[in-house]
Design a protein around this ligand. Structure first.
Ligand SMILES: Nc1nc2c(ncn2[C@@H]2O[C@H](COP(=O)(O)OP(=O)(O)OP(=O)(O)O)[C@@H](O)[C@H]2O)c(=O)[nH]1
Ligand SMILES: [Mg+2]
Length: 459
């Protein structure tokens, strides 16, 4: 346990609320709290066995400030791993600040953002990837992000990394021992046993890296681009998703010129819905720019919603757009079903055989629920983005995995090239260290400070 001074901060969001919490942590947390808190029954927090709540008042010298509940947690079984007190007071801004001031006067120092979590890391209660999961959890914008951060906080990533490091360490020790004592430990034929192990590590790391891109999609939302020729009803559809008049809708073909987007949530899954300019051959300079933006928006999409105006016949514009969509995931939105239909479904199906067709009216909202259900079921079946077993969500982790991968590939090259076992160990050592960076072994202070600086106050 690292001896630390006692820190304090307001842990709840600033503003008026039912309750606010002032958090105190460190060796003198109980003493500091006892200087400002008077229990109704006269008990001292420093004499508490811990994990109990005490009702009383906070005093500034002899002036009562608020009625509060003090929650006492004894280290190492606390968030920070240290003795901690959480004071729940009435949630006014002034009251909360005044209590914090009293606590600071009583001997605590003001915590830096993220310092409570940093202490949990420095005290060995959680590792670095778990600390990062705490920020991710706080920042989570959808259920996927919550789930993946929780699994990381739970230590699932750390467990996999630790298991790999332990095996690498074993291999290194064996080689080292054999090099030191060749008479008793032989490396004769060892590469036959060793090569598959290294290949196994490489595959496992590749697997982790591969799901990084999917997880990035899931954290920020599945990129869903609405495409179609002018006047098909694309902006009307965006407005339905947004639940408000976000984009301008008119009966003039070529209304939308710019790419407009909105983050939404359907059944806990994040989608980034992007409205684009209708695609057609046009002489208008501004509209032309819009059309080329629509096409580049399509490039990075995870899902395309192709809107067809079913009240007009399919034309060259429709055929052109359907042909440039390639093998991307497409839902065809057969729009304007409230008008008489001029579009033959079989022809549509022939143009885009793998797409699902949803009939709806963006005008009055009929069939919109079916479209949303279809989007969710494509996600759940894994056809838009992989949604299980996703573990890597953090760029720092991905970079560490990449450098471990490079080192392990070098080990394979050394084996194939018939280079000495001492060379294998140099690269194994590098891989071991790179993996260690993920869980926070031997990371520099600057990296640690940088990570915790992203936290909010009181966390
Ligand atoms: N009757 C009917 N009209 C619709 C429907 N959806 C859209 N419209 C109308 O069709 C016209 C064009 O709609 P928009 O949403 O602006 O079409 P857009 O695809 O964004 O058009 P551009 O931005 O020009 O590419 C507007 O007059 C809408 O009110 C629908 O389901 N039924
Ligand atoms: Mg539009």
């Amino acid at each position: 346990m690292i001896k630390n001074n006692t820190i304090a901060a307001i842990a709840t969001a600033p503003g008026s609320s039912g309750i606010s919490i002032i958090r105190i942590s460190g060796d003198e947390a109980f003493l500091v709290a006892d200087r400002v808190f008077r229990h109704v029954g006269g008990k001292k927090l420093s004499e508490s066995p811990g994990f109990r709540a005490y009702f009383g008042k906070i005093y500034d010298k002899n002036e009562p400030i608020d009625e509060v509940i003090a929650l006492v947690m004894r280290g190492p079984k606390s968030y920070t791993g240290e003795d901690s007190v959480e004071i729940s007071c009435h949630g006014g801004i002034l009251v909360t600040r005044r209590i914090l001031e009293c606590v600071l006067h009583a001997g605590a120092s003001m915590a830096e953002p993220g310092e409570f979590t940093k202490r949990a890391f420095l005290n060995g209660r959680i590792d670095l990837s778990q600390a990062e999961a705490v920020i991710d959890l706080i920042d989570a914008k959808n259920e996927f992000a919550v789930k993946s951060s929780l699994s990381q906080l739970d230590g699932r990533l750390s467990d996999r990394i630790r298991a790999m490091r332990a095996q690498i360490l074993d291999a290194m020790s064996y080689i080292e021992a054999a090099l030191d004592d060749p008479e008793h430990i032989s490396l004769e034929g060892y590469e036959e046993e060793f090569t598959p192990k290294i290949v196994g590590f490489i595959e496992e790391i590749q697997d982790l890296i591969k799901n990084y891109d999917d997880s990035k999609v899931l954290k920020s939302g599945i990129k869903t681009v609405i495409l179609g020729k002018p006047n098909a009803g694309k902006s009307s559809l965006l407005n339905l998703f947004a639940g408000r008049d976000l984009a301008i809708v008119t009966d003039i073909a070529g209304t939308t010129r710019d790419v407009i987007s909105e983050q939404i949530n359907i059944s806990g899954i994040g989608f980034e819905i992007i409205d684009t300019a209708g695609i057609r051959q046009t002489g208008d300079v501004v509209e032309k720019i819009g059309v080329s933006r629509s096409i580049s928006a399509m490039e990075g999409a995870n899902l395309l919603l192709y809107v067809v105006d079913s009240s007009t016949e399919l034309d060259e514009n429709d055929r052109h757009i359907l042909s440039i969509m390639g093998d991307r995931k497409v839902i065809i939105v057969y729009n304007k079903t409230d008008l008489s239909s001029k579009v033959d479904e079989t022809e549509l199906r022939a143009l885009s055989p793998h797409a699902t067709i949803i009939k709806m009216s963006a005008g009055d909202g009929t069939g919109f629920d079916k479209l949303k259900e279809c989007m969710v079921s494509m996600f759940n079946s894994g056809s838009i983005a992989q949604n299980d077993q996703v573990i890597i969500t953090n760029l720092r982790h991905k970079e560490a995995l990449n450098s471990a991968l490079t080192s392990l590939r070098r080990v394979l090259e050394s084996i194939e090239g018939g280079f000495g076992e001492d060379l294998w160990n140099i690269d194994l050592q590098d891989a071991y260290e790179s993996l260690g960076l993920i869980i926070g072994e031997a990371v520099g202070d600057d990296v640690v400070n940088n990570i915790f600086a992203k936290f909010c106050m009181g966390k």
